[in-house]
Design a protein around this ligand. Structure first.
Ligand code: ADP
Length: 199
């Protein structure tokens, strides 16, 4: 079937969409354990970007797992498909000219490499929210660690399922060492050049 899908040459491209918006577009991918602070930091980064007049969109477990991916489980195959679909959606958003933020545990190195492949290396910024598991479990924001320890959730990352830490992320944040505001500053500083477009 795929061989009969022939792309149409559309006249408006990403550069043209970007130039109307006045900034570059790319994906900020937040990875880390549940409770590490991905959503909190992504939310604060988006707020800062919007204050600067940047066009953004944020993808997270709530708006993706409940809709587009509501037929997927937490098995390794479904986690892979979950991330693949999110990366494809993010790619369309980046093509639309948006600075896209995505906060997902995304525990497998191979899946994150796949995101980078889909987006292209210069449109993918990997942010590793590297908060120690003891602290994530102490926070237990959603009560999920307690449930996992009690055996009520299987396949829970950090408890019975592995988290493969990024080896060379673009940005690394340990939330036991820095505040949310400091984390935002670090991320925004890192992407300042990417936001610029050639006029
Ligand atoms: P995740 O999206 O990774 O599952 P959340 O952002 O939902 O994590 O939860 C992280 C929790 O940690 C929040 O309750 C947040 O207020 C708290 N927290 C404490 N200090 C920080 C910090 N420096 N950065 C981010 N979150 C922090």
């Amino acid at each position: 079937m795929q061989e009969n899908v022939i792309p149409h040459n559309f006249s408006v491209d990403r550069e043209m969409r970007s130039s109307i918006k006045g900034h570059g577009s790319f994906l900020l991918w937040f990875t880390g354990l549940s409770g590490s602070g991905k959503s909190t930091i992504a939310n604060a980064v988006e707020k800062e970007l919007v204050n600067r007049g940047i066009h953004t969109y944020i993808l997270d477990g709530d708006n993706v797992r409940k809709g587009l991916n509501n037929n997927l489980s937490f098995s390794p195959e479904d986690r892979k498909e979950n991330i693949r679909r999110i990366a494809e959606v993010a790619n369309l958003m980046v093509d639309a000219g948006l600075v896209t933020l995505a906060a997902f545990v995304s525990p497998y190195k191979k899946d994150r490499e796949n995101i980078k492949q889909i987006l292209g290396a210069d449109r993918y910024v990997e942010i590793f929210v590297n908060t120690p598991i003891e602290e994530c479990e102490r926070r237990d924001v959603k009560g999920l660690y307690a449930k996992a320890r009690a055996g009520e959730i299987k396949d829970f990352t950090g408890v019975h399922a592995p988290y493969e830490a990024p080896v060379s992320p673009d940005v690394e944040i340990d939330t036991t060492q820095v505040s949310v505001a400091q984390a935002v500053e670090t991320v925004v500083k890192h992407i300042e050049n990417k936001l610029k477009i050639d006029e």
